[in-house]
Design a protein. Structure first.
Ligand code: FES
Ligand code: FES
Lengths: 826, 160
């Protein structure tokens, strides 16, 4: 019936060039800001210049009279229609969650909040008129520092009565997953080692390249919303839930989206205001932000103080880990803002066998831009702190950082392994990844060079940084999310439509913004159904085309959405089977399916699945009682998280005279299970690495005492360029996941999670002989230079005390010789 | 309003524009060349890079009136006779783009870089792209793509 099948049998693992590229390299793109609709009006936002202020009055007359202006709206004008920005993850039942109106009418709680919206014929006219809106504010005291906020002396939201939003704890003794952390620490104070450190996770700006943009067309039966978002399905839900529009009347489209990195998983004030205004005016409206607006109004990431207490035996065997986190939420609890630091709960213990563990997290409100997920979301923070302090333990014991890790990590024959935090890691091989990384890096030779440079007193010192990380991703098993009071599930959906002419439409609920889903999904389906890669069309990102989905974040698309695809494909095959048997006049039990063909065992009779699709479309000759469709849907809810891991090694050269540090070499060996497309994986790793490296070396959102974001543009917020970065050596080991059919693990965030501590460990390693054991991020030349100077002065004064200091009340880094620089004002 | 004549991707245009209008807004909003994008408001990102008389410029840093009487090439005009420019091919082959937002500017800048220096070292490529930000790729594959394009363009020249 069909010709010989000469198609490739394995697409999975092939470095397919991306289907997405053709449009993107020729400028045939569909960014939200490209959309022009007849009669469309443009919005400009009037934003608060103050971190905290009462709105006394808003004069709009002059703006309303300006050329081309159709309307000016204040919060009061939108009060009944603007909805509210939701928090989907209250981490405790009594979490303090200030109401977050898209356009507040009484009080602003951070610089950049919207107080009025101007609607005009063009964006330029709207912006001109926005200058004419006259807002009278009464400034209120603002709380900007995380530790200050804890004192509750100045309140970010006076009505709330406190800045403390929620306290969340995981204790291994209480949970029955391990021992008593205090007991273990007390014991180590007697006869072991206790290391106490406080690390700072500076605030970062996700800085996706495409500024956010929203177009709303209210003129049809449905309200159609195009938005530069990672989460069209979640946005539709939030609109329906808070704006009084039936969900069936809301269509959200995420067209081409220019990066997200978590920064676009928010449902935003700008989206809500644009929808409310378009509906009020009955006209299509567009709002596209300027980069300066992005910087101050799109959510930020990280921003924590991390107190770490690690207990170990004298030989370096770890016995307990206690973590006390202070996490800045900014002015409002964002959609998953409170939950992001809590994700660290299962990650601080990392790959090490701590018998006792406690994680305490206090979330805090301040008058700064809200904070939520940024690539890694909770796991980079945790990985940074544990990988930094493992180096400190190595230094204390006097062994190589690799040796201390080997002593304490889970060995490959111990998987599946249930950790002290209660997570079960399905598979992994830390020894193999590390061995491969050490070899690629030339670890021993570099150590020898380091020794030579130390001995010769070279002004440029060499430091080697290690990061043996794991992470949990693939968000997430719905039951686990439910037990954490998360407001939604973690499933993903896929549909496969077998078209009559032989091509296949794949509909995915995951919504990419650069990840290459169209290519990878095509590979998976091509293999599963035995059809050519080119014949698969992947559709996504429009709630009308892909009605069901939970979108893309937390490295979930492949491990959750990919598995949904596999299951839908398998259902297609199952549905096609009785039809194949009927057409081949054989019994279903005698059929085999391989490479797109059903064959009758022991004969040369066969029929291709695309022929069955055509036969089903015609429906002239189907078995009795069989529906004329072999299309299938599947919704997959993962049984567990995904646990990729890897070993990252970094060599930094630090000029001790200028404080300048330069990356010399970076090697990573990541184990992400089965690889679908090695090219796409490399891209994810490279991009992830640079974001993590940038946190270590360059980036930081800085505020002044007035609460103004001083790094509020690309002039001051120092994103790395091609000239700042190097080429990376990136390889893999493969321990297939046991929790999904393809054996895949998430990769989207791995590079970012792993690289930050590798870089800082390298810099500290270079300077450790000078008595330096910490440099606060970003490790700018100025900070490094100051640390060297301070350490030199300390060493001249007195030798480092032998006795280990402990956390006193409120005292930060206890080590007198620590080269920690200031940063409280961050 | 000022009258300007600008040839964009081979098509001549005559338009009245406000003197303050930026070239990038003229291209996107008047001529409809939305392949060229805006990534910042401080001339840092390079997403808006086009060629003005064959030399790369950040079109957010040039007024539309300054392009009067000149020729602009955007990413949409780079492929000729249905054939991709070798730089476009190299970006595709080397996976030098993810979300693709920086790509139009990156490609236009890279083409100009090779025009000035047909056989650049890795360092020269990196420095030559310093004015173009990419948040997705970590630059590794972009640098690789530009080097690959330099190779394929020089072999084209020697075959010609
Ligand atoms: S838009 Fe950023 S440089 Fe032109
Ligand atoms: S590919 Fe996304 S910014 Fe460069």
């Amino acid at each position: 019936m069909t010709a010989v099948d000469d198609r490739p049998t394995t697409e999975v693992g092939k470095d397919r060039r991306r289907k997405e590229d053709q449009r993107l390299i020729t400028g045939r793109t569909r960014w939200t800001d490209n959309i022009q609709l007849p009669g469309m009006l443009h919005l400009a936002m009037v934003r608060s210049p103050f971190a905290h202020a009462k709105i006394l009055s808003i004069g709009t007359d002059e703006a309303k009279a300006a050329p081309g202006v159709h309307a000016v709206f204040t919060g009061a004008d939108l009060a009944d229609s603007q909805g509210v920005n939701i928090n989907a993850w209250p981490i405790t039942p009594d979490q303090v969650t200030p109401t977050h109106l898209p356009v507040p009418s009484e009080r602003v709680a951070h610089t950049g909040e919207i107080v009025a919206v101007v609607v005009a014929r063009s964006a330029a006219l709207a912006r001109d008129a926005a200058e004419l809106v006259d807002v009278d504010y009464e400034e209120l005291p603002a709380v900007l520092d995380l530790k200050e906020a804890m004192k509750d002396e100045v309140l970010a939201h006076p009505d709330a009565g406190t800045n403390k939003s929620a306290f969340w704890q995981l204790d291994s003794k209480a949970a029955g997953t391990g021992g008593d952390v205090e007991e273990a620490i007390a014991k180590a104070r007697q006869d072991g080692i206790v290391i106490e450190r406080e690390y700072r996770q500076q605030r970062l700006v996700p800085a996706f390249m495409e500024p956010r943009s929203t177009v709303v067309d209210p003129t049809g039966e449905q309200v159609v919303i195009w938005s530069a978002t990672q989460v069209p399905h979640i946005l539709r839900f939030a609109i329906a839930a808070t704006m009084g529009i039936p969900e069936s009347k809301v269509r959200v489209i995420a067209p081409d989206v220019g990066g997200g990195f978590g920064g676009k998983l928010q449902t935003t004030p700008e989206e809500f205001a644009t929808i409310a205004i378009a509906r009020k005016l009955g006209k299509p409206c567009k709002y596209t932000e300027t980069r300066s607006e992005t910087m101050v109004s799109a959510h930020h990431g990280r921003d924590q103080w991390q107190k770490m207490t690690l207990a170990a035996e004298k030989d370096g065997t770890v016995t307990a880990l206690k973590v006390d986190l202070l996490a800045d939420l900014g002015a409002y609890v964002a959609i998953v803002g409170g939950g992001v630091p809590v994700l660290g709960a299962w990650m601080f213990n990392s790959i090490y066998k701590f018998p006792a563990y406690q994680f305490n997290c206090q979330t805090v409100l301040t008058n700064k831009t809200w904070v939520d997920a940024y690539r890694g979301a909770g796991r980079p923070e945790a990985t940074y702190a544990i990988e930094r302090i493992m180096d400190e333990l190595a230094a204390e014991v006097g062994v190589d950082p690799i040796a201390i890790r080997e002593k304490n990590w889970i060995t490959h024959d111990e998987f599946p392994f249930t950790t002290v935090a209660g997570m079960t890691y399905d598979s992994g091989n830390y020894e193999a990844a590390t061995a491969k990384a050490l070899e690629l890096f030339g670890y021993d030779e570099l150590r020898a060079e380091q020794k030579r440079r130390r001995e010769s007193g070279d002004t440029v010192q060499l430091g080697l940084g290690v990061s043996t990380f794991t992470e949990m991703c693939g968000l997430a098993p719905s039951r686990v999310l439910g037990s954490l009071s998360y407001g939604a599930g973690g499933w993903e959906s896929a549909s496969i439509r077998m078209l009559a002419t032989g091509t296949v439409e794949v509909v995915s609920g995951a919504t990419p913004h650069g990840q290459g889903h169209e290519t990878a999904w095509s590979q998976i389906v091509a293999d599963r159904l035995g059809i050519p890669f080119e014949n698969v069309e992947v559709l996504h990102g429009d709630t009308q085309i892909a009605p069901k989905g939970l979108d893309t974040y937390g490295s979930r698309s492949l491990v959750v959405g990919g598995e949904a695809l596999v299951r839908a494909a398998d259902k297609v095959i199952e549905k096609a089977k009785p039809i194949a048997a009927h057409l081949l006049e054989a019994s279903v039990d005698d059929l085999e399916f391989e490479a797109g063909q059903f064959t009758v065992k022991g004969t040369d009779k066969g029929i291709g699945i695309t022929d069955i699709a055509l036969a089903t479309f015609a429906a002239h000759n189907l078995p009795d009682g069989v529906e004329p469709s072999i299309d299938a849907d599947a919704t997959f809810d993962p049984v567990d998280f995904s646990f990729p891991h890897g070993t990252h090694l970094c060599a930094m050269e630090v000029d001790t005279e200028t404080g300048q540090s330069t990356m010399r070499k970076y090697v990573c060996v990541d184990d992400i299970g089965t690889i679908i497309n090695p090219l796409i994986v490399e891209g994810q790793i490279h991009g992830g690495l640079v974001q993590g490296i940038a946190q270590a070396l360059w980036e930081g959102a800085e505020y002044d005492e007035q609460g103004t974001l001083v790094s509020g543009s690309f002039v001051d917020y120092t994103l790395p360029t091609a000239a700042d970065t190097i080429n990376y050596v990136s390889e893999h080991t493969v321990s297939p996941s046991t929790t999904n059919t393809l054996g895949t693990k998430g990769v989207g965030e791995a590079g970012t999670i792993a690289s930050t501590p590798a870089v800082v460990n390298a810099i500290v390693d270079a300077l450790r002989p000078m008595g330096i054991d910490d440099i606060q991020m970003p490790c700018t030349p100025e900070r490094v230079w100051k640390a060297i100077r301070t350490a030199g002065a300390q060493q001249d004064k007195a030798p480092t005390a032998d006795a280990q200091a402990h956390f006193g009340e409120g005292a930060p880094n206890q080590d007198p010789a620590a080269g920690t620089t200031d940063g409280a004002a961050q | 309003m000022t009258r300007i004549n600008v040839t964009v991707d081979g098509v001549s245009n005559a338009d009245d524009v406000e003197p303050r209008m930026l070239l990038v807004h003229y291209l996107r909003e008047v001529v409809g060349k939305v392949g060229t994008v805006v990534g910042c408001d401080t001339s840092n990102c390079g997403a808006c890079t086009v060629h003005l008389d064959g030399r790369s410029v950040k079109s957010c840093n040039v007024l539309a009136v300054q392009a009067d009487g000149h020729e602009v090439t955007t990413i949409e005009g780079l492929a000729t006779n249905g054939e991709l420019h070798p730089m476009q091919t190299a970006f595709h082959e080397n996976h030098a783009l993810q979300c693709g937002y920086c790509t139009p500017g990156m490609i236009m800048q890279a083409v100009d870089l090779l025009r000035e220096n047909p056989d650049p070292t890795e360092e020269e490529i990196r420095v030559g792209l310093e004015g173009n930000l990419c948040r997705c790729t970590g630059y590794h594959n972009i640098v690789k793509a530009v080097a690959a394009a330099a190779g394929s363009m020089s072999s084209e020249r020697s075959n010609a």
